[in-house]
Ligand binder design. Structure first.
Ligand code: SAM
Length: 226
């Protein structure tokens, strides 16, 4: 199990600090705030507006604390959007850690969060009438997709910590995993990453980031004309 400590961020929500990677899972300026802006607003809300009524297939790089999965599950219920969510994680956090996270404010959300964490790995599990999750235990590098996704939440540790996850071959892998018109969002707006994304074929949009971060990236896989 991953060795992590729990930290409080400035919006009052927890994050984790990895003692293996010497890095936090979220911005110290606010974990929930960051996830809402980078993944829910720039990802799910944008895609749903462009594709009303579509069943959405999401892939998350780094399931980690389960925060993005919880926010997505809530989004699916609030907006009556069916969603299949696949989250890959090489170093799952232990039960005592996820049980201590403050991401739920009522019994319903606590029950969803506990279901997301305690459901089986490597199989699709129904969490609610709108939301299925498949947690994949393993490394992104060896993940083989059996379907295409609409949205990728690219939430790896930053390039300074795990450069191998931001190189062109990995961006190519993400591009290949998306449907045409699909999108990838990430908090990282480094020049090298933008260049790699463009090189493999993505169209890039720079969007205003959460507090403390000037910009974030939405990368769009163009619809090809057949
Ligand atoms: C920045 S954290 C984000 C986690 C999560 N999205 C969250 O909100 O808590 C990055 C995550 O990627 C995981 N990870 C690191 N290397 C990985 C790899 N090669 N393949 C899959 N997951 C990896 C880490 O264990 C960690 O959970």
């Amino acid at each position: 199990m991953e060795s992590v400590d729990i930290l409080l961020t400035e919006d009052g929500s927890h994050t984790l600090y990895s003692n293996k990677f010497h890095a936090a899972y979220h911005s110290h300026r606010g974990a929930v705030n960051e996830s809402m802006i980078v993944f829910i607003q720039a990802g799910l809300e944008y895609f749903r507006e462009k594709n009303p009524g579509k069943h959405i297939f999401v892939f998350e790089m780094g399931f980690g604390s389960g925060l993005n999965a919880l926010l997505s599950c809530q989004f699916s219920q609030q907006n009556l959007v069916k969603m299949d969510y696949t989250g890959i994680e090489a170093f799952p956090v232990s039960k005592d850690i996820w049980q201590s996270l403050n991401y739920h404010d009522d019994d319903e959300n606590k029950s969803l969060f506990y279901s997301l964490h305690s459901c089986a790995w490597n199989t699709s599990e129904k969490i609610s009438p709108f939301f299925h999750i498949e947690k994949k235990e393993g490394k992104l590098e060896s993940f083989e997709n059996t379907r295409l996704f609409d949205i990728i939440f690219y939430d790896a540790f930053a390039p300074g910590t795990q450069p191998e996850l931001w190189e062109e071959n990995m961006m190519q892998k993400m591009y290949d995993m998306l449907n045409e018109g699909g999108i990838m969002t990430t908090y990282c707006a480094k020049g090298d990453v933008k260049r790699a994304l463009k090189k493999v074929g993505f169209t890039i949009e720079s969007l205003p980031g959460p507090i403390g971060k000037r910009e974030i990236i939405r990368a769009i896989k163009p619809k090809l004309t057949h």
